[in-house]
Ligand binder design. Structure first.
Ligand code: ADP
Length: 301
């Protein structure tokens, strides 16, 4: 098959590993920089061009769309779908999971465990917003943040009010969440492919840090997850409509709560922590599920 990896940088670990895993299995593995793609969306014969040439003969794509190019990246994925190319994660699913608020609302509707979360644009009543989530300590998050930037722990109601005022002043969308203290600054990344958690790791922030992001100096180790955690991760990916997802869970006193569902989960941390060929499993999933000239949504939605 010809499986294109949509990535802005072919030297990234995840991109390299997907290419390597595909080549090992006898596929053609071009890397396409979605930022450089352009397309005539009104044409009766949908096409995508790059560097003066039409992209042809692609059977499947693996979108690796960074948060900063979600809008254009998902448009390129959608165009591939319109052309009938199979995308391992569909454009609508990527968009759904990228919006933290939308994702939380959808997960809550399906009964998945979430931290108690309040959302506000311009709260007239900060006291009440804090009350909704049970008062300090709370975690306040910018909706647009990634890799732990814009995630603040406020230990007192006073501190929370100041942060909320600051975010309001910046006209930023944010959410206020109960602080899951018992998670101990650690979270669990479950890597889902299809309807299985194929690898999982526990990430822990460095000393004194409640955020476990590896980009913030956290470390990862192997972890055995419970059947409930497994079920929560698989279900979360399904609710988002993602075939490949990194589902982040916190171990709370009332069971697993979902932090985030990531549509382009990194491979480096998880492959190093687990020594598993996760890239290979993604390629195998595509081999089983991609059908030439057929995709589920064909760019709908
Ligand atoms: P980002 O998407 O920017 O990584 P997250 O919402 O995943 O932001 O938060 C970053 C990290 O902060 C999480 O991985 C987790 O370790 C910690 N964290 C976030 N929210 C909470 C919370 N409500 N309770 C406890 N820890 C939290």
């Amino acid at each position: 098959m010809k499986i294109a990896v949509l990535s802005t940088n072919k030297n990234l670990y995840s991109t390299r590993r997907l290419v390597e895993a595909g080549l090992e299995r006898g596929h053609q593995m071009p890397v396409i920089n979605h930022k450089r793609c352009y397309m005539n969306i009104a044409s009766s014969k949908p096409e995508i061009h790059i560097d003066g040439k039409a992209i042809e003969g692609v059977d499947a794509i693996i979108p690796r769309i960074g948060a900063s190019v979600s809008f254009y990246g998902t448009a390129v994925v959608r165009q591939f779908e319109v052309m009938g190319v199979y995308s391992v994660n569909e454009s609508v699913a990527i968009t759904r999971s990228r919006d933290k608020l939308r994702a939380s609302q959808l997960l809550a509707r399906k009964g998945l465990g979430l931290p108690v979360t309040g959302f506000a644009n311009a709260p007239g009543d900060t006291d009440d917003l804090l009350k909704i989530v049970g008062g300090a300590p709370v975690v306040i998050k910018l909706l647009e943040g990634t890799q732990g930037v814009g995630v603040v722990l406020a230990e007192t109601d006073k501190a929370a009010e100041s942060v909320i005022e600051a975010f309001r002043g910046l006209k930023a969308n944010f959410m206020v969440q109960e602080f899951i203290k018992e998670a101990g600054g650690a979270d669990i990344r479950c890597f889902v492919v299809g309807d299985k958690v194929v690898a999982s790791m526990m990430r822990k922030g460095k000393e004194g840090e409640f955020r476990s992001n590896l980009h913030r100096g956290g470390s990862a180790k192997l972890v055995k997850i419970t059947p409930e955690e497994r079920k929560t991760a698989v279900r979360s990916a399904q609710v988002m409509g993602l075939n490949v997802a990194g589902v982040d869970l916190l171990r709370s006193a009332r069971g697993p709560v979902v932090m985030e569902v990531n549509s382009s989960p990194g491979l480096e941390g998880i492959e190093n922590a687990t020594q598993k060929d996760v890239a290979g499993m993604i390629i195998e999933f595509i081999e089983k599920n991609a059908r030439e000239g057929r995709t589920r949504t064909r760019g709908k939605g």
